[in-house]
Design a binder for this molecule. Structure first.
Ligand code: BT5
Length: 324
């Protein structure tokens, strides 16, 4: 039950660069040549590059790098995550849609993903710059059977998963800055926003919002963040296949989620520390009500940052903005 559009695409793809005539397409699909032409125009609007060769027919020259369900699925290696993908060409925030879907009962592993967000957000309602077709803007709904106090660690579990996926696909790993930033050359390439739906003693769902800057040029970013943001393309010089990176992230997110739920935080903590650029450094931590300075000496088994103040006192930090 392919749509006409999908049938045309599959014909063009199997022609492997040879022209295929409008008449042949029309005959095979039992529709008029005018309809074929309309569908080809629609495909071009989606980013497919199609060349019309006089008297011969149409050639598919390139496929857009979109993060559609079909493209992600073709790379997927997971048992559960990403088996239900909700794709939106544009939306306000995948986090909002995922929250609604989770309340309606969306299954464990549901992914909400988009090409562009008009109201992408970070922590504390900050704006998340999410321009069209060049990043990964997705929210993953997971339903682990854990108590709510174990939920914040999923920010760290996710950070390790995304780091591993980037390292696999690009050969270079970012550094993790506690709690939710991934940096390359000191600039932010990824932000994570973990939100929770829970009863007093049981998690209903955790919604992991993942924003990865992938194929942006520096000018693609809002002026205000050009000095602090970067993308994989800026750092590695290469265009990255976003759908493949999404699938890799889901692969490691599933692996480390299972590891955390089964074996506790210890193994994740070791991985996290090996990629961290926070531990051992002198930092300033801006909390909601105060600012602290000291040395970050580690994270505890519940993901809490341990800060040694200048007077020797050790403080556990649950949530803050860190300045290195
Ligand atoms: C974060 O917040 O880093 C979490 C970002 C999560 C975004 C994802 S995208 C999919 C899902 N749907 C959403 O609506 N959100 C999630 P925070 O630590 O508060 O950092 C926000 C700050 O990062 C902003 O105040 C800017 O300074 C900076 N920033 C904004 N957009 C950026 C970008 N694209 N790249 C790097 N830095 C950015």
């Amino acid at each position: 039950n392919m749509t006409i559009k999908e049938k045309i695409l599959s014909q063009l793809l199997s022609a492997k660069g040879e022209p295929i005539s409008g008449q042949k397409l029309a005959d095979e699909l039992s529709i008029s040549r005018t309809m074929i032409w309309k569908h080809l125009k629609a495909l071009e609007l989606e980013g497919y590059v199609i060349e019309a060769v006089k008297k011969k027919g149409y050639i598919l020259l390139s496929i857009p790098d979109i993060v559609s369900k079909e493209r992600i699925t073709s790379y997927l290696e997971t048992a559960q995550l990403g088996h239900n993908i909700l794709y939106y060409p544009v939306c306000d925030s995948t986090q909002n849609i995922a929250a609604e879907k989770a309340r309606e009962g969306a299954p464990h592993g549901t992914v909400v993903i988009t090409e562009e967000q008009t109201a992408g957000r970070g922590r504390l309602e900050r704006v998340w710059d999410s321009s069209a077709n060049n990043g990964i803007w997705m929210s993953v709904i997971i339903r682990p059977e854990i108590s709510p106090h174990m939920a914040p660690q999923f920010t760290l579990v996710s950070a390790v998963a995304i780091t591993k996926a980037m390292e696999d696909l690009t050969g270079s790993a970012p550094e993790i800055k506690w709690p939710n930033d991934l940096l390359m050359n000191g600039k932010k390439v990824t932000g994570i926003l973990t939100e929770l739906q829970a009863d007093m003693d049981r998690v209903q769902s955790i919604i992991i919002g993942i924003g990865v800057n992938v194929n942006q040029e520096l000018e693609s970013f809002e002026q205000s963040i050009q000095s602090i943001a970067t993308s994989l393309k800026i750092e590695t010089g290469n265009d990255i296949n976003r759908a493949a990176l999404v699938a890799k992230i889901l692969y490691y997110l599933e692996k480390y989620t299972n590891m955390y739920v089964e074996n506790g935080f210890e193994p994740i903590k070791l991985l996290w520390e090996s990629y961290s650029c926070t531990i051992g450094k002198r930092i300033r931590a801006i909390l909601l009500r105060e600012t602290l300075e000291g040395t970050a000496i580690g994270i505890s088994n519940d993901g809490v940052l341990q800060l040694r103040l200048d007077d020797g006192e050790i403080r556990g930090i649950y949530s803050a903005d860190i300045h290195l």
